[in-house]
Design a protein around this ligand. Sequence first.
Ligand code: SF4
Length: 698
Amino acid sequence: DSADYDAEVKSICPFCGVGCQVSMKVKDNKIKYVDGINGPANEGRLCVKGRFGFDYIHHPHRLTKPLIRRDDAPDKGLNVDPANPWTHFREATWDEALEKAAHGLVDLRSYYGGKSVAGFGSAKCTNEEAYLFQKLIRQGFGHNNVDHCTRLCHASSVAALMENVGSGAVTAGFNEIENAEVAIVIGANPTENHPVAATYFKQFAKDGGQLIVIDPRAQTLRRYASHMLQFRPGTDVALLNAIMNVIVEEKLYDRQYIEGFTEGFFEFRDHIRAFTPERMSEICGIDPDTIRDVARTYAGAARAMIFWGMGISQHIHGTDNARCLISLALLCGQIGRPGTGLHPLRGQNNVQGASDAGLIPHVMPNYQSVTDPEVRALFRHIWGGTEIDATPGMTVVEIIDAIYRGEIRGMYILGENPAMSDPDVEHARKALAQLDHLVVQDIFLTETANFADVILPAAAFPEKNGTVTNTNRQVQMGRKAISPPGDARPDWELLVELANRIGLDWDYDGPRSVFDEMKMSMRNLHHITWNRVENEGSVTYPANSKDDPGQSVMFGDGFPRRAGRAKFTPARVTPPAEAPNDEYPMILITGRQLEHWHTGAMTRRSAVLDDIEPEANCSLHPATLRKMGVAPGGHVRLSTRRGSVEIMARADRSVAEDCVFLPFAFVEAAANVLTNPTLDPWGKIPEFKYSAVRVDPA
Ligand code: SF4
């Protein structure tokens, strides 16, 4: 009823990378409710988070004043009550807080050098804010130690795509599934994590498409699947190489495509011959006949797509897993036409855009390498003479380790929550406590803000303007619907304030002027203007002209690599970093669940979402619970080599009997107390999807 609201503002859902367009109904500076509208990624649909999860912005825990750590505060630790932080922090004016934030960082720069300060930016911010954040670190401190949560989700996928395809983004939007005959969904649970994208996958199956679901959990999507392969965790390369072995041995590959568009096939063919379905079946647990059937189904399709999630990427062999998926598509020529492609489903609503904007330690905006002298010359020119450090910077987990070594002594963390999201999180929390100076900018007093010296209150997503880029490469407009509470200010404004106080000479009058500067170095944004995004609602990159709505499918005429050819990179079977043993006999898999988003800072402060899923929980097979004598809803203790948590256990037949699935949104049973920090050597992503664990009745 329009009487319920005074204004209607079109924007983007702040949660996942699907990028659903929403209409926010506003009255008295409050969002009353949210509807889905006809965006290209959602066509009016929303999931429960987008529909009901907006009220976190009105939660009483919102930060409304700058805070400074009190001189007589207790030692730093996870010990601050967000409703009553006054024994640890005191209110400050903006001027005092910004001066203290800036001077603390500048003092470290003067005394220990610029590399003593690192930054974590955020995929929850806009493209313009991500761009400004990496610029502040690179220009203000003279190095590339800047990263964000892509390191914990798809860094390995991007490493493999950059290496073999020449571009880190998806080759086709997920809506292309409408044109496919066969689709593989592997290591992803879109029903919970990309729910609106999942509706397209389900419709595809209902319309007769063959949906091949490959996952260690027999998730809900199996009901729509022609094939459900519940393989052993951590054996992705064995299974995928076996599928490709069948395609090579039975000559099901697309010879013409391989000759025209790829390199490295013959070495790859020789490599793959050892990975027979019979041998690999013993490792991955899928019978050889099923492997052959899946190989023939994918290779026999006229048009086929591959979708993947963090089940692929979050392994010490995450880059190898993604290399296999790329090789599979190249073998069968399934890239570059409608209904074909490779699509890593991106997590945060702007993780694609934040990565594009250069919030990554080894590349500048648009994935331009810091080691390339021409790239550095370009940015020197655009950034008024700034010398760009030619050394790739440290990644998230490496930065935490560098704090222990005393190399990094100060940090600026915007919108990230490493005190919850990092592997072996007690290790990360101790590192944060050790910093000489920590500036946290956020909308809530997060677990990470517990360790801050200065906290800068930021505007939430519906309280500011800016562009965001979804998993489909669609650049869309996030619009301000209401004013921020109290003294909170948009992140871009705070970045400009801080930059000028650390000695930079920045002059931006709003996100639009930042976007215009981004266009000077970002080929992706060619033919995409602020006005186009504003007026058209969504423009996909690449766009071929100022009228082109953008290309959903890329690489029909070659790849942005040498001679236009994509590359086969062979992958070997690597076991997980730690094997189960008598003491830790089961396998821990962490992930998300439908109602809660990442570290829970937003969704656990949303009334509807928290009412549906209020308690920390893990999932175990009913037979496993029976053996332990624990009833569903009872409590168990999960222990790994890093720590232990106590948590309510649900019975879930989709989880294998030797596995436990644990969401990571709950601070009271933080999954990352348990996880293994060992990194994939290329993507530098931790192995969140496999830890040896012991489960006991609590
Ligand atoms: Fe938001 Fe993702 Fe749900 Fe769409 S699918 S409403 S973008 S959380």
